[in-house]
Design a protein around this ligand. Structure first.
Ligand code: GSH
Length: 220
């Protein structure tokens, strides 16, 4: 199999979901930095060449470019075979949770974090006030689900874990959420995911790309 290229940004948890898979599956890959803050994802040429949706991550293999982290993870599971759901029922569960992640979990937490610490200007309080209960609602659902399981689909890690964990290793100063204190089952599970061979924290896994956060993200 040729070397994978992952077009990504260190601050992008959606990129990290795919990077985690690639590294934990022991695949040969390299990160390709995208100048997010400089507007590269808005650039017409970049969109035409790399992703018409104007987003990272994009996984490149032998000239083919795939986007949408959830679809990429399903494709990797099918193609590589590692961390794959087994059978029709588990596949359905995997799709159900990945869609929930995109719509509700990452779908509220990523914009909250972006507003909280990544944009050059401070957030309007009403924006955070709108998003915070949505984040807590999604986290509470996953917290309850994980109370009785080692991993999202049971006793072994799958692509669902990589999808839902994508934003959970950024520092508390950046996210405003102290997961260890507020969501103990999520915290214990993210520690189990972090114990997988190949795991690295996001900025170490993807030391590339100019993020939106140059002014406001803590440098530590
Ligand atoms: N559902 C998509 C979301 C991807 C996404 O939101 N990517 C962000 C970075 S984390 C992006 O590239 N946004 C481009 C922009 O806002 O211009 C996925 O899971 O891949």
């Amino acid at each position: 199999m040729p070397r994978f290229k992952l077009h990504c940004v260190g601050a992008s948890g959606n990129s990290y979901k795919v990077a985690l898979y690639l590294n934990c599956a022991g695949l040969d890959w390299e990160p390709v930095g995208v100048d997010f803050a400089g507007g590269q994802t808005q650039d017409a040429r970049w969109r035409a060449d790399t992703n018409t949706m104007g987003e990272v991550p994009v996984l490149e293999l032998g000239g083919r470019r795939l986007s949408q982290s959830g679809a990429i993870l399903m494709w990797l599971a099918d193609t590589v075979g590692r961390f794959a759901p087994e059978g029709a029922e588990e596949r359905f569960e995997a799709q159900r949770w990945i869609l929930f992640d995109n719509h509700r979990f990452t779908g509220s937490f990523a914009p909250y974090r972006m507003q909280y610490s990544l944009l050059p200007q401070p957030p309007h309080p009403s924006v955070l006030a709108f998003l915070k209960p949505r984040v807590d609602g999604a986290f509470s659902i996953v917290e309850r689900h994980l109370a009785g399981r080692a991993f999202m689909l049971g006793d072994r890690p799958t692509i669902v874990d990589f999808s839902i964990a994508g934003y959970l290793y950024y520092p508390t100063e950046e996210t405003d959420f102290d997961l260890e204190a507020a969501y103990p089952a999520i915290h214990a599970w993210r520690e189990r995911v972090a114990a997988l061979p190949g795991w690295k924290p996001p900025y170490e896994m993807m030391p590339v790309g100019v993020s939106l956060n140059a002014k406001r993200r803590p440098t530590a």
